[in-house]
Design a protein around this ligand. Structure first.
Ligand code: AHR
Length: 489
C-alpha cells in the first residue's frame, strides 16, 4: 500500500521541469515551428498555429534555444534584420544543410509570446566571443538607449524582452569545444562576468554541466565556479543499447529491447543522486539548481530520413520513458529546477511530428498532457509498501504523487508488457471527489500515431479504480500510465 500523510508534502515541483528544447536541427525549427509569413500552412507571424495550439495545451513553461551543438556555431547578429538580407551558414553538425537564419532572436521571442513560455537561450562559447555574448544580452534586455538597444529598435522591437535563463555554452566537453573541466570552469568564470543584468529582472546563469556520469566535471565546476552560477546542467539520453554507434530501432523493437530501454531510463536516478550529492557538498543550501537541459530517448534514425536530422518514431515506450524520467525529476526537484526534453518538434523524442500541413501528437506528448497537474505542485513523499523502494510498486510499477490546490494527483506507470499492476493508495482522509481519471496506453508496446492514423494513442477515461473510504484501489494494465486527481474530506 502507498501511504500519503499530511506531513509527506515536500518540495515544490517547478513547472520548468516540463521545459522543452528546440534546436536548429533537421525539421525542428524550419517546418516544425517556422513556416514563414508566405506559407499556406496556417500560421501567425510565420509560426505554425497548430503547433502552438498543441503546445499551449500541455503548458510548455520554457523553451531552450538555439541549441545544442548548434548554439556554439551560432552568431546571433546574422539572425536579425530583414530576413531576405540575412547571411546564410552551414549547419555543420546537423546534416550540413544551409541555415537561412530566418528564425532568429525576434522570431524566437515571438514563439515564446505565442506559447506564453519563458526564454532560455544558450550562448556561444565554443566559437563566439565574450563581446558577442555580451552584446546579445544587451540587445535583448536593455531598455532605453544604447548601441544594441537602438539596433533592436531599428529592427522593430521597441521594448526589451525578458531573458530569465541564459546558458554559457553547450556540451563544452564535446561539440562545444572538447574542453577539460578546469579549462571550461575558467572560461565560464570569464564569460559569465559579461552576462550583465541590464534590466530589472535578474538573469539565471547556467554553466555547462556533465555528460551523463562524468562526476569529475560536476566536482570541478562546483569547486571552481559554483559561487558564480545559478544552475549547472546535465545531459542524459536513454539509448536502448547504451551504445551511441548502434542505438536500436525506434519502432521494431523486441521485448528485451523494451526492458533494456526501461533500465536505461531508470539509470537517471543514479545520475541525479550522485550529481546532487556532489552539489550538496559544495552547496548545502541548494542555491544552485541542477538543470537537465537535454534528456530523452535516442534511437537509430527513421529509415529513409537524413541521419543528420535525428528523426525518430515515438511509441508507447517513449511515453513510459518520459513518465519514469519525470517521476525522478519530481523526487529530486529540491535540486532539479528545470529540465528540457530533446526536442520539441520533429527531432528525437518529440512532442509533435509534422508532415507538410499535417500534425501528429506523439505518445510522449500525451505523457506531458497527463502530467500537467503536477506542474508547480508539491511533491508528496508517499510511503511505499515496506518491501518496495520509494516510488516503486514491485518491479514494474511506479508512482508519483503531488499536491496542489487541495487535491492530490497520483500517477501510476506500469512498465510490464504482460502483467497488471495493482495499487492501493491510502489518503489522509475519506476521498470525496475524483476530479480526473485518465489512462495513456496502446494496443501494443510500439503503438504510435501517424498522419494516416493520428489517434492510435491518446488519453482515455480510466475506470479501473475503486474508492473505499480513504483508499483508492486501481489496476493498471501493461505498458500504461494512469493519472487520478482526488480530494479528501
Ligand atoms: O539534442 C541533440 C544534440 O545532442 C544536441 O545538439 C547536443 O547538445 C547533444 O549532444
Amino acid at each position: 500500500m502507498i501511504t500519503i500523510t499530511e506531513d509527506a508534502r515536500a518540495h515544490r515541483i517547478d513547472r520548468r521541469i516540463y521545459g522543452q528544447f528546440a534546436e536548429h536541427l533537421g525539421r525542428g525549427i524550419y517546418e516544425g515551428i517556422w513556416v514563414g509569413e508566405d506559407s499556406d500552412i496556417p500560421h501567425h507571424n510565420g509560426i505554425r498555429s497548430d503547433v502552438v495550439a498543441a503546445l499551449r495545451a500541455i503548458k510548455v513553461p520554457v523553451v531552450r534555444w538555439p541549441g545544442g551543438c548548434f548554439a556554439d556555431e551560432y552568431h546571433w547578429q546574422r539572425g536579425i534584420g530583414p530576413r531576405a538580407e540575412r547571411p546564410t551558414m552551414i549547419n555543420i553538425h546537423w546534416g550540413g544543410v544551409v541555415e537561412s537564419n530566418h528564425f532568429g532572436t525576434h522570431e524566437y521571442f515571438e514563439l515564446l509570446h505565442q506559447l506564453d513560455a519563458e526564454a532560455y537561450i544558450c550562448g556561444n562559447v565554443g566559437s563566439g566571443t565574450v563581446a558577442e555574448m555580451r552584446d546579445w544580452i544587451e540587445y535583448i534586455t536593455l531598455d532605453g538607449t544604447s548601441p544594441m538597444a537602438d539596433l533592436r529598435k531599428r529592427h522593430g522591437r521597441e521594448q526589451p524582452w525578458r531573458l530569465p535563463f541564459f546558458g554559457v555554452g553547450n556540451e563544452s566537453w564535446g561539440c562545444g569545444g572538447h574542453m577539460r573541466p578546469q579549462y571550461y570552469a575558467d572560461l565560464y568564470r570569464h564569460y559569465q562576468t559579461y552576462v550583465r543584468q541590464f534590466g530589472e529582472s535578474p538573469i539565471y546563469k547556467i554553466a555547462c554541466g556533465a555528460n551523463g556520469d562524468d562526476y569529475e566535471w560536476t566536482e570541478v565546476l562546483m569547486a571552481q565556479a559554483g559561487s558564480l552560477m545559478d544552475g549547472l546542467s546535465l545531459h542524459y539520453y536513454t539509448i536502448p543499447s547504451g551504445d551511441f554507434s548502434a542505438k536500436g530501432p525506434a519502432l521494431d523493437f523486441d521485448e528485451p529491447e523494451w526492458y533494456a530501454t526501461i533500465r536505461q531510463a531508470r539509470r537517471i536516478e543514479e545520475l541525479l543522486a550522485r550529481h546532487c550529492a556532489i552539489m550538496d557538498r559544495h552547496d548545502p543550501d541548494k542555491r544552485v539548481g541542477l538543470i537537465v537541459d537535454e534528456w530523452g530517448t535516442w534511437y537509430d534514425p527513421t529509415p529513409g530520413t537524413n541521419p543528420g536530422f535525428l528523426e525518430q518514431e515515438n511509441t508507447i515506450r517513449d511515453a513510459v520513458v518520459a513518465a519514469l524520467t519525470l517521476n525522478r525529476f519530481h523526487r529530486y526537484a529540491d535540486r532539479v529546477r528545470m529540465a528540457n526534453i530533446a526536442q520539441m518538434v520533429n527531432v528525437l523524442q518529440a512532442m509533435l511530428l509534422t508532415d507538410g500541413p499535417a500534425l501528429v501528437k506523439t505518445p510522449t506528448y500525451y505523457t506531458f498532457a497527463l502530467y500537467t497537474d503536477h506542474q508547480d505542485a508539491y511533491f508528496v513523499d508517499a510511503r511505499p509498501d515496506p518491501d518496495d523502494a520509494p516510488g516503486m510498486i514491485g518491479t514494474h510499477g511506479e508512482y508519483t504523487v503531488s499536491w496542489k490546490d487541495g487535491s492530490y494527483t497520483i500517477t501510476v506507470t506500469n512498465t510490464s508488457l504482460h502483467r497488471e499492476v495493482d495499487a492501493t493508495v491510502d489518503l489522509p482522509g475519506r476521498i470525496t471527489t475524483v476530479h480526473r481519471h485518465q489512462i495513456l496506453t496502446g494496443a501494443r508496446p510500439n503503438s504510435h500515431n501517424t498522419v494516416a492514423a493520428p489517434n492510435e494513442v491518446a488519453l482515455a477515461d480510466f475506470d479501473a479504480y475503486r474508492v473505499d473510504g480513504s483508499r483508492l484501489r486501481l489496476t493498471v494494465p501493461p505498458h500504461s500510465i494512469v493519472t487520478l486527481r482526488v480530494s479528501h474530506a
